[in-house]
Unconditional design. Structure first.
Length: 311
């Protein structure tokens, strides 16, 4: 399995919501969300997206991903005048997941907005290195994907019909859109970039990354990982640190503890079992390592999470 596939195995999108938005005339709206990934599928027309630290024009056939924006504004290309109204204030007028925005003047854009929740801990390193809007547009790319037409058609069909399993299907389609956006972005990364995702393209490092993610309970050493990568120990250690920004075993420990935190939140395994799943020889060693990063023991972390979701 390739490194990106393994990296995303424990990255799950859920609580997906979707809206068909039809903008007419001088339309605009703002949307504020936390811990949410947003996608736009542009069915027709054009509009602008402003996330504060990134501005993008979107056109018919585009798929846009906003991975980590607390607030953004969408508006017609010729928009002028009043500040944008909150989308949440407009949603009570939404009928059958379709919302007409403004409604004055000629139709100029139709889009599908999809918003998804995600597991913060598992996706944190990924979000930290992504630009505010994906894909990045440059002279070599107009932002369209080879599969976009198929994805739009299938998602549109699913959104328009009331069938069993509809939410599950849309959750899966959101994950597919995220993967499509990520691989286009990673494939376009220049060699000179300092983005650690460049390791996904490295023919040596990708083998070691995949091995760590596929089997985090393994007693990995620098020597073992260098063998997997097909490099000498010293060359591998230096190449990994230069590309990813941290030594291999530091990366492994970070991943193990993020995975442990996910297992604790899922509440499906005992703490002793989780300790074993993430590669610790004893519960006490695991507890000490976890507390150094999260500030509390695994038991307290699980209890605090249970209280939050029951509140």
């Amino acid at each position: 399995m390739d490194a990106l596939s393994v990296l995303l195995q424990n990255v799950h999108l859920f609580e997906t919501k979707y809206y068909r938005l039809n903008g007419t005339g001088n339309w605009s709206y703002s949307i504020t969300r936390q811990d949410t990934i947003l996608f736009y599928l542009v069915m027709s027309g054009s509009f602008c997206i402003d996330v504060g630290n990134g501005l993008r024009q979107a056109h018919a056939g585009d798929m846009i991903m906003i991975p980590n924006a607390h607030r953004h504004v969408s508006y017609a290309l010729n928009h002028h005048g009043d500040a944008a109204e909150s989308l949440d204030d407009l949603l009570p007028n939404c009928k059958s997941n379709t919302l007409e925005i403004n409604g004055n003047g000629d139709p100029n854009s139709s889009l599908i907005l999809i918003e998804c929740k995600y597991d913060k801990e598992m996706i944190r390193p990924l979000l930290s290195v992504l630009p505010p809007i994906l894909p990045e547009i440059n002279d070599a790319s107009d932002g369209r994907f080879e599969v976009i037409d198929v994805e739009i058609k299938l998602l549109t069909l699913e959104a328009e019909r009331e069938r069993m399993g509809k939410t599950a299907v849309i959750n899966h389609w959101a994950s597919i859109m995220m993967i499509e956006c990520l691989r286009v972005y990673i494939e376009s990364l220049p060699e000179a970039t300092e983005n650690w995702l460049k390791a996904m393209k490295d023919p040596f490092l990708t083998k070691a990354l995949a091995a760590m993610h596929e089997d985090p309970s393994q007693s990995w050493t620098i020597h073992n990982l260098a063998e997997v990568a097909g490099m000498s120990r010293s060359s591998f250690a230096q190449r990994f640190k230069d590309t990813v920004g941290m030594p291999p075993l530091t990366y492994l420990i970070d991943y193990r503890l993020r995975l442990a935190a996910r297992y604790l939140r899922l509440q499906q395994n005992s703490i002793s079992r989780i300790s074993s799943l993430v590669g610790y020889a004893s519960d006490s060693t695991f507890s000490q390592a976890f507390k150094r990063v999260y500030g509390v023991s695994p038991k307290v972390y699980r209890q605090q999470y249970q209280k939050r979701i029951m509140a």
